[in-house]
Ligand binder design. Structure first.
Ligand SMILES: [Zn+2]
Length: 305
């Protein structure tokens, strides 16, 4: 049905252009990209990207006699990239083997709002300038709001390792939570199933499932302190330590360097330490690393890095 609708819209577009007496050129990119984008949609269906690409791909300044559509695709195969992503000083010769870039991180948030409906409204009003790919309700309902391949606006100013444009490489998942409550089992179970799908589909490494507070420790504290990071790590999403195996780190162990290697932005060490302790220690979220905290950090460091 999805393909049929897209073909219909595509045909309609051509018919409208033709009836207007113009000789606009329609590029192959809408045909190449639309099926890939559609495949990333939750449950399929015609998405806004298909229409957007269709509209971008029409180049009104290209006046050419109408020919066989396939011939025109061959002549100008990458009109979308030409208009948006080309280096002007280079000669352009298209390669024929490519696909879409995949997300490589998952960032978990809490909404700090009172309902899924409220969050959906927030992501749909023009002035909010925020969005996420998924919203998961307390009852386990999963709502997808953007294609996985789209760049959602969920990370804000953030840093993880050397990565600074995290929106470009991540999926954002919002959990309906007011910032204080526990996360019900139904919600976490749905999250785990979604994470498993994303991990498998996009080959996302275990270490790349992290929280908003990890990447923006001076601004954010989500998901809140009740979030079950250990349960996620046990399933292969994110990291956890072995409380029975903790040992004193050697004298040469530098905890600040270890946190940096894990990914934390240490320009504000206190904020990073607080984020680390809210996630791994929980019972004590002071901004100083105790001997116990250093053992936990050393265990994580040895185990994963
Ligand atoms: Zn957040």
């Amino acid at each position: 049905m999805c393909r049929g609708v897209t073909v219909f819209v595509f045909s309609l577009l051509l018919a409208v252009l033709s009836s207007c007496g113009t000789k606009n050129k329609v590029s192959r990119s809408q045909v190449l990209l639309s099926p890939d984008l559609r495949s990333g949609m939750h449950g399929g269906g015609l998405d806004s990207n298909s229409l957007l690409i269709a509209s971008i791909s029409v180049q009104s300044d290209t006046i050419k006699p109408s020919k066989n559509v396939e011939e025109e695709y061959t002549e100008d195969p990458l009109a979308l990239q030409k208009s948006m992503g080309l280096y002007k000083s280079a000669d352009f010769t298209p390669a024929m083997h490519y696909d879409l870039r995949r997300p490589n991180y998952v960032i978990i948030h809490h909404t700090a709002q009172n309902s899924v409906a409220q969050t959906i409204r927030t992501f749909q009003v023009p002035h909010s300038k925020v969005s996420a790919h998924y919203v998961i309700g307390k009852d386990g309902r999963v709502v997808q709001m953007l294609n996985d391949y789209d760049r959602a606006w969920h990370a804000g100013k953030s840093k993880w390792g050397s990565l600074t444009d995290i929106n470009s490489s991540s999926i954002g998942i919002e959990l309906d939570n007011n910032g204080r409550d526990n996360f019900p089992d139904a919600q976490i179970n749905s999250l785990l199933i979604l994470l498993d799908t994303l991990k498998t589909k996009y080959y996302i490494p275990q270490l790349n499932f992290i929280g908003h507070a990890d990447i923006a420790p001076t601004r954010k504290d989500d998901p809140n302190i009740n979030f079950p990071w250990k349960k996620l790590a046990d399933k292969g999403f994110g990291i956890w330590y072995n409380p029975e195996g903790l040992v004193d780190p050697p004298a040469s162990f530098n905890p600040i360097d270890a946190m940096k290697i894990i990914g934390y932005d240490m320009r504000n060490p206190q904020a990073a330490i607080r984020a680390f302790k809210r996630k791994f220690i929980v019972s004590d979220v002071s901004v100083v690393l105790t001997d116990y905290d250093k053992k936990v950090l050393y265990d994580l460091y040895r185990k994963y890095y």
